[in-house]
Design a protein around this ligand. Structure first.
Ligand code: FAD
Length: 410
């Protein structure tokens, strides 16, 4: 058994940011990062890969270049938790002992939940921006489609980046408009939930684009099966008379898969009923185990599951882990901030930023950037500023505009 001050599970957005923030606070800590993948992905960029703006390679970097030098990278997967004895077991059978544990394992894309989907992904016109290898296929399909029906789907919540399914709709429609084939392509957007977007303030601007692109918006319509070779998607739609099963023929199908907590978490004592790690929404500390924290998509909190959220959460967790190791109360608090830049057309974005309970939390003053309206500035931020902020600030522990609130008396 190897022993560390802090074991971080997952070397994604949240895990790397937390490691860097911890080392900024206490460079003497012994830290292990458990991450099986040799590559790290900037997933927010995949929307722009599917929209023909970014290349696939722009969204990938090797983990070795991102894991802080002072931390130990353990290239295995975690397979079980023993929170009572402060240990985790890895895929090679090794056990790690920790003084504090940070769970940052992300969310599981449940492709298998839709019969017929997995085997047709990447062919027969079926694609998804939710996978690195498939996002370029989205753009290829968009460029090649001349006429017919294009269907886009959004599964039930929770999903990471709840706006990403409709970003794919708008960027595709915009490309078809520019090419002059929009009148020959019928676009349908099937949303499992009851509304286009969870925070009402942003819906009017988005509905303008639904109308402009003449998208057939079907709410409470859930994808339940795909037949790739026949080009048929099956939906369950909640309608006046009850639930209807509808078969729709498509030439292109962009699927966002249902998403669940990672198996290893769901089956552990760390999970709540929903399968995610039950943490205090402010301190991000586990409700039962005082030396366990969770952040990013795996946290059972009600914020929008976004890299933007992880950016704000990492300093909170880092501060509270350091406090816990020093036997002080965790007094840094996360406000639920999350951000979702909705790419409504090439060159314009509706920048939804909000915290717990849907409270609007714009980063910039409204006169400079009104997030409820499509703006060019927001597109500039998404294309040029946010990737740089991610690689060179967030993942390096440079905490720009993310200072946590501290509960007084802590
Ligand atoms: P991840 O970054 O997914 O990292 C999880 C890590 O855990 C991975 O490296 C994985 O390999 C590792 N792991 C998994 N299982 C194990 C195991 N058993 N043991 C050890 N390690 C394991 N966010 C935004 O802020 N803005 C956007 O515009 C935006 N757009 C998006 C568009 C798309 C198409 C997608 C897919 C996501 C988007 N997001 C966006 C969401 C954002 O990418 C995620 O919220 C963010 O990556 C969450 O970070 P995380 O560290 O929790 O998870």
């Amino acid at each position: 058994t190897q022993s560390y001050d802090v074991v971080i599970l997952g070397g994604g957005a949240a895990g790397i940011a937390t490691a860097a923030s911890l080392l900024k606070r206490r460079s003497d800590l012994t830290i292990a990062i458990v991450e099986p993948s040799g590559d790290h992905y900037y997933q927010p960029g995949w929307t722009l890969v599917g929209g023909g703006v970014f290349s696939q390679e722009q969204t990938r970097r090797s983990e070795v270049t991102l894991i802080p030098k002072e931390a130990n990278w353990i290239r295995e997967a975690v397979v079980s938790f023993a929170p009572e004895s402060n240990g985790v077991t890895l895929s090679n059978g090794a056990k790690l002992h920790y003084r504090a544990l940070v769970v940052a394992l992300g969310i599981k894309l449940d492709w298998a939940a839709i019969p017929g989907l997995a085997e047709t992904l990447g062919k027969n016109g079926v694609t998804s921006n939710y996978r690195y290898d498939l996002a370029p296929y989205t753009w290829k399909l968009v460029q090649e489609l001349q006429h017919g029906t294009a269907i886009f789907t959004q599964p039930p919540m929770p999903i990471k980046c709840a706006g990403a399914p409709q970003k794919a709709v708008y960027l595709s429609c915009d490309a078809w408009r520019r090419r002059g084939v929009d009148k020959d392509i019928a676009v349908e957007f099937d949303v499992a939930g009851p509304s286009l977007f969870g925070v009402a303030a942003f819906v009017p601007a988005l509905m303008n684009y639904i109308r402009r692109y003449k998208v057939d918006l079907e709410l409470k319509s859930k994808l339940v099966a795909v037949d790739g070779p026949k080009g048929i998607a099956t939906f369950e739609r909640v309608r006046e008379g009850g639930t209807e099963t509808v078969e729709r023929k498509f030439e292109m199908l962009h699927v966002v898969p249902p998403q669940v907590a990672p198996d290893v978490v769901r089956e552990s004592k760390l999970a709540g009923k929903d399968g995610f790690v039950t943490v205090d929404p402010a301190t991000l500390r586990h409700v039962t185990y005082d030396n366990i924290f969770a952040l990013g998509d795996v946290a059972g909190t009600s914020n929008a599951k976004t890299a933007a959220a992880a950016r704000k959460q990492a300093p909170v967790v880092a501060h509270n882990v350091v406090a816990t190791l020093a036997h002080r109360a965790p007094n840094a608090e996360y406000d639920g901030y999350g951000g979702c830049p909705l790419t409504v057309e090439r060159g314009k974005i509706v920048l939804a930023e909000f915290g717990y309970g849907g409270k609007l939390m714009p980063s910039l003053p409204k006169w400079l950037l009104n997030g409820e309206k499509p703006t060019r500035l927001a597109w500039f931020l998404k294309e040029k500023v946010m990737p740089a902020l991610y690689w060179y600030a967030m993942l390096k522990g440079r905490e720009i505009m993310v200072k946590p609130k501290y509960k007084t008396g802590g």
